[in-house]
Design a protein around this ligand. Structure first.
Ligand code: DC
Length: 223
């Protein structure tokens, strides 16, 4: 039987970088579900459609074909055949992704794609509802978090390193807004599954966080 590791948590907890590194260490496939919502957010923005206009976003879904491919060990996202792996990371697409993710039809649209990976692979999948909705039977569930100020500082440092002109206060406000949206929506809100291990990385650096996650996985999955 395949092993599934579900990692959920708020914005900037380091889910994707930690999950990617942990997956390499234990030779699992890493699946970033946020990238899928970002793909739909990007398409909506490109079409000039308001991301909170549920009816208009739903009308776009039949035009969208999302493919997730693993190229040289890294996940790439293709939107109607175009590799949008970089474009979906633009800061303005983060909020668009959060907006469209509150629409039940959008979540239903991505469900099979997400579950499909876990049927045929050992996966580490990260997102907001992986342990609660997508893979409720996952052998390992982790809720990865850290204090909001620490998460915002890490995100701010990343953006500055990429040459972006941003203010720490704006990064923190954006992060809090997006967490609020993701935790308070009606469908599949972000929360720790009852059987999730809470991993708080406030006091840990990247390597320590990876070690902690790999330790939890090995212990819970018995590998
Ligand atoms: O993990 P991320 O920042 O790339 O995710 C972008 C947005 O997508 C996030 O704000 C909420 C949404 N999302 C979701 O609702 N469910 C998931 N499983 C993953 C992401």
């Amino acid at each position: 039987m395949n092993i599934a590791v579900a990692i959920d948590g708020p914005v900037g907890a380091g889910k994707s970088s930690i999950a990617r590194q942990a997956a390499k260490k234990i030779d699992f496939i890493y699946v970033d579900t946020g990238a899928m919502y970002r793909g739909i957010g990007l398409y909506t923005v490109r079409k000039g459609v308001a991301t909170r206009d549920a009816e208009a976003v739903i009308a776009l879904l039949p035009e969208i074909k999302l493919d997730i491919k693993i190229v040289e060990g890294a996940q790439r996202v293709f939107l109607n055949g175009e590799d949008v792996s970089e474009d979906i990371r633009l800061p303005e697409i983060s909020m668009a992704a959060s907006d469209v993710s509150a629409i039940p039809e959008v979540r239903a649209f991505l469900l099979d794609l997400q579950r499909g990976f876990a049927k045929t692979n050992n996966v580490i999948m990260d997102g907001r509802d992986i342990g609660t909705v997508i893979l409720p039977d996952a052998q390992v569930k982790i809720y990865l978090t850290a204090d909001a100020e620490v998460r915002a500082k890490r995100r701010y440092d990343e953006l500055i390193a990429k040459g972006k002109d941003v203010k720490y206060e704006d990064v923190l406000a954006d992060l809090n807004q997006r967490d609020y949206n993701d935790m308070n929506r009606e469908i599949a809100p972000l929360r720790a599954a009852d059987d999730a291990v809470i991993a708080d990385t406030t006091e840990l650096d990247f390597e320590q966080s990876c070690e902690l996650i790999v330790e939890i996985i090995k212990e819970k999955a018995g590998i």
